[in-house]
Design a protein around this ligand. Structure first.
Ligand code: PAF
Length: 283
């Protein structure tokens, strides 16, 4: 299987998309920061089923990293990523430089309210501004009909939906189920930082969340179930638990029993921060 074509300028991306549109083809986009894994490939497969053409952006977006975060350490492996893209039916990889995305003098930030409040934002206050700004740029550059985001980053998915709704961006956002290893650990580029012992602890995150979601489903109070999950995460070996919270699935407002719910968590193993979430099903 051959690697997809690669373009690194907005002009070349637009030219390619113009050709596809002229031929009546629909376009699906999967925004990524590279370091691709099976989770990304599952998003790309969905994109390829949805539209005749699929473009994958690979861009480690500096504006979503705080100064204290792992921007420099974030894995960059374009050749390997392109090999992986060859195994799915992606048509085009868009690999802009930081200078192309944020030329000197760039001075715009998009701040999304609603679902961006709390959770990740309590610990990474500028994260969603960075995500919303780069996603809006990518959508305006590529003008996709569809874009696929993983439920693994559940709050991000909700923020992107809100962004597109509020700015009337004509793109349908598709949320894709989280891909997990055989032990339930959600696929993440950051798993590469974990050693064997940490991996064993990391695999407890989903187990503990599922147990808490089951407790909620069978009537446990929201605060009791989340407090118990925090205790269990600490006992399992997570050094720090940033949050475990039950929220409404659509708005991310605090969960009420009569609404579809989502249990979301973030916790630290050494220098690695892991996030995960599960559905709260109340029948
Ligand atoms: O989820 C990610 O990889 C990033 O946040 C995204 C959506 C590609 C924006 O940089």
């Amino acid at each position: 299987m051959s690697q997809p074509d690669v373009v690194d300028s907005v002009a070349a991306l637009r030219a390619r998309i113009r050709d596809w549109r002229r031929d009546g083809l629909r376009v699906a986009m999967v925004p990524t920061m590279g370091a691709l894994h099976e989770g990304h490939l599952s998003l790309i497969r969905i994109a390829c089923e949805k539209a005749e053409r699929c473009v994958v952006s690979i861009f480690v977006n500096p504006t979503q990293f705080a100064p204290s975060e792992d921007l420099d350490k974030y894995p960059r492996q374009l050749t390997r990523d392109l090999d992986m893209l060859a195994t799915v039916k992606a048509d085009l990889a868009f690999t802009p430089t930081v200078g192309a995305m944020y030329p000197a003098g760039f001075a715009t930030k998009i701040s999304v309210g609603g679902p961006s409040a709390g959770l990740e934002s309590d610990f990474r206050p500028t994260f969603f501004e960075g995500v919303a700004t780069v996603v809006a740029k990518l959508f305006l550059q590529a003008t996709p009909d569809y874009a696929v985001f993983g439920e693994k980053d559940y709050q991000q998915l909700c923020v992107v939906r809100q962004l597109c709704h509020d700015l009337d961006l004509p793109v349908e956002i598709i949320g894709a189920p989280t891909i997990r290893d055989a032990h339930g650990l959600a696929m993440s580029s950051r798993n590469a930082y974990l050693d064997e012992a940490e991996l064993a602890v990391a695999r407890q995150l989903n187990v503990i969340l599922r147990k808490a979601a089951a407790a909620l489903a069978s009537g446990a109070h929201r605060d009791d179930a989340t407090a118990e999950a925090r205790r269990a995460l600490t006992a399992a070996g997570f050094q720090k638990v940033d949050y475990v919270e039950a929220r409404e699935s659509l708005t991310l407002a605090p969960w009420r029993r009569d609404r579809a719910g989502r249990l979301l968590a973030a916790a630290w193993l050494g220098k690695t921060r892991l996030i995960d979430n599960v559905e709260v099903s109340t029948g």
